[in-house]
Ligand binder design. Structure first.
Ligand code: AMP
Length: 226
């Protein structure tokens, strides 16, 4: 069964790091809409440059733009056997559009995992987060290295990790993204993971939750076949 996984959670909950790991482990692409927008900005793409003003203020880019980007990305050959989505959907409208896309694909259910971390811990994490200015990889916060271990690029603080912008991103998360948790919660393929632990512990809990969700999905499709 394909792994069609969505990672939910506040900015700084560790979605990106964990999504990377799960994607590698299961041989599917990690699709991060934030990374795609930042890549587009680095390349000077007009659509991404329009999005930049919103990103710098901690606001969301409009649903139609984001749905279009994800629709195109999921249609590429490397995503036929599944994907890990990080940072999408971020609104209930995006969630509904993704459900529509999934039924067009007919490729098995979505699994949804919410990584939960208290707000104080989020603010503390984002204050010290550094990413590579060249390839976008998140640096390990415990690592004092000034350059990226993946490509040697310079590590920088993300401009939207500035404390004032972080507060706005958390406000946007509470108002626009958290309602998605209620949108998905009643599905048998929904699970939560405690993100306030070491990355290794989070990864273990995540794999166990994915296995539970896969069993629930298999049960649901057996049930559907009668
Ligand atoms: P992220 O790297 O996921 O924290 O995303 C950085 C910024 O990109 C967000 O604060 C938004 O401005 C924008 N963005 C990324 N994904 C989405 C999305 N699915 N919907 C709207 N805006 C997004």
């Amino acid at each position: 069964m394909p792994l069609n996984l969505i990672m939910l959670g506040a900015p700084g909950a560790g979605k990106g790091t964990q999504a990377e790991r799960v994607a590698r482990q299961h041989g599917v692409p990690k699709i991060s809409t934030g990374d795609m927008l930042r890549d587009g900005i680095r390349q000077g793409l007009p659509l991404a440059l329009v999005a930049k003003a919103k990103m710098d203020r901690g606001e969301l880019v409009d649903d139609d733009t984001m749905i279009g980007i994800v629709r195109e990305r999921l249609s590429r050959p490397d995503a036929v056997n599944g994907f890990v989505l990080d940072g999408f959907p971020r609104t209930v409208a995006q969630g509904r559009a993704l459900d529509g896309l999934m039924s067009e694909r007919g490729s098995g259910p979505l699994m949804v995992i919410d990584i939960v971390v208290p707000e104080d811990e989020i603010v503390r994490r984002l204050a010290v987060r550094r990413i590579c200015s060249k390839c976008g990889t998140n640096a390990d916060p415990a690592d004092a290295e000034p350059t990226c271990r993946t490509c040697g690029g310079t590590l920088v603080h993300r401009s939207d990790d500035d404390e004032r912008v972080v507060r706005e991103r958390l406000r946007v998360y509470e108002g626009q993204t958290k309602p998605l948790v209620d949108y998905y919660r009643s599905r048998p393929t929904f699970g939560t993971v405690n993100g306030a632990q070491s990355p290794d512990r989070v990864a273990e809990e995540l794999e166990a939750t994915i296995a539970d969700a896969a069993r629930a999905a298999a049960g649901a499709s057996l049930g559907a076949r009668g």
